[in-house]
Ligand binder design. Structure first.
Ligand code: NCD
Length: 306
C-alpha cells in the first residue's frame, strides 16, 4: 500500500508494491501507446524541487504528472529560489506542501529527503539525495529488467563503475538483494560499494566483489553501468586517477551473453561507447523511457485510490 506514503528509500516499498507498480506501469504504457487520455490526477498539483542538476528524473516526473492529467509547479533554478537567501529545506518544504499535493525533491545532501518528509504535510518522493538513494530510479531499473526476464530470481547482475558515490546503485543493490539474485561488483578500488551498505543487506553472501569485468562478462544477465560521480569528489586529483578506468565498447559487448542487457541510469560520460548503442543488448534508452510509465504508476498509487 503506497497511498499517501513518502518514498525516501527503496526500503519504503515492499516487494508486493514493486510488482503492483510494474502492473500499473504496464497498464499506463499500453494506454499511452493507444493515445488514451488519462485523468486520474485531474486537479492535483506536483511540486518539483531540484537543488541539483537533472534531466531525465525531473522531465519524466513532470511528464508523468501531466500525462495523468495533473499539473506541475516548479522552481526552474534553485539559485532563483529562497534557498539561495539561506532558507532551510524545512521551511521550503513547509511552503511547497501547502501549495501542492505531492513533492519530488533532489538535493545534494544525503538525508535531505528524509528531513523533507518530516516537515511536509504531503507525500515526498526522493529524486536523489547526495550519495544516499534514488528509489524511483531503482523502480524503473527493476521494471526494465522484469520486462526482459519476467523475474529476478536466478539472475546474475553486474554493477560497474562508481559504486561508492552512486546513489542509483545504493538503492538498486538493496532491492535486487531481496530477490534470489547474484550480484557482482566491479569498480576501481577507491570507488567500491561501501561496507555499511553490503553488511546491512538481507543476503550479503550473494554479493561478490570482482577484480575485473572480464571475470563476469560471459556470465552476467544484466550489466548496470554507472558514471563516476565527479561532483562528489573532495579532491579532483582523486577523480583524475579513476577517469576512464573502464569502458564498454563493441569488443566488451561481443563477449556478453546474447540475452544480456546493458543498463545505465544516464547521463553517460565515457563508460559506454556510442558504437554500443545499436547493439540489441543496449537497453539504456528504453530504460529511460520507462521512467515515465513507472513514475505515473507511482504517483497514481500514492495519490490515487490504491
Ligand atoms: C543519476 C543520478 O542523478 O543519480 N541520474 C539519473 O537520475 N538518471 C545518475 C548519475 O547522475 O550519474
Amino acid at each position: 500500500m503506497l497511498k499517501k506514503k513518502d518514498i525516501v528509500n527503496i526500503g519504503d516499498i515492499s516487494n508486493e508494491d514493486i510488482f503492483k507498480v510494474f502492473e500499473n506501469a504496464s497498464k499506463f504504457k499500453k494506454k499511452l501507446s493507444k493515445e488514451e487520455k488519462i485523468k486520474t490526477m485531474d486537479g492535483k498539483i506536483m511540486t518539483t524541487l531540484f537543488f541539483e542538476p537533472s534531466t531525465r528524473t525531473r522531465l519524466s516526473f513532470e511528464s508523468a504528472m501531466h500525462r495523468l492529467g495533473g499539473s506541475v509547479i516548479t522552481v526552474s533554478e534553485p539559485k532563483s529560489s529562497s534557498a539561495s537567501k539561506g532558507e532551510t529545506v524545512a521551511d521550503t518544504i513547509r511552503m511547497a506542501s501547502s501549495y501542492s499535493d505531492i513533492i519530488v525533491m533532489r538535493h545534494p545532501m544525503e538525508g535531505a529527503a528524509r528531513l523533507a518528509s518530516e516537515f511536509s504535510s504531503v507525500p515526498v518522493i526522493n529524486g536523489g539525495d547526495g550519495s544516499g538513494q534514488h528509489p524511483t530510479q531503482t523502480l524503473l531499473d527493476l521494471f526494465t529488467i522484469w520486462e526482459k526476464f519476467g523475474t529476478f530470481n536466478g539472475l546474475h547482475i553486474t554493477m560497474a563503475g562508481d559504486l561508492k558515490y552512486g546513489r542509483t546503485v545504493h538503492s538498486l543493490i538493496r532491492a535486487l538483494n531481496r530477490f534470489d539474485t547474484t550480484i557482482s561488483l566491479v569498480s576501481p578500488e577507491s570507488l567500491e560499494m561501501p561496507d555499511h551498505i553490503i553488511s546491512t543487506l538481507k543476503n550479503p553472501e550473494k554479493v561478490i566483489k570482482s577484480k575485473s569485468l572480464d571475470e563476469v562478462l560471459n556470465s552476467s544477465d544484466v550489466f548496470y553501468v554507472t558514471r563516476i560521480q565527479k561532483e562528489r569528489f573532495v579532491d579532483l586529483n582523486d577523480y583524475a586517477k579513476v577517469i576512464g578506468s573502464y569502458s564498454f565498447d563493441i569488443d566488451t559487448v561481443s563477449a556478453m551473453k546474447e540475452t544480456a542487457i546493458i543498463l545505465h541510469p544516464l547521463p553517460r560520460v565515457d563508460e559506454i561507447s556510442p558504437e554500443v548503442d545499436n547493439d540489441p543488448r543496449a537497453t539504456y534508452f528504453k530504460q529511460a523511457e520507462n521512467g515515465v510509465f513507472v513514475r505515473m504508476a507511482l504517483i497514481d498509487m500514492i495519490l490515487g485510490g490504491e
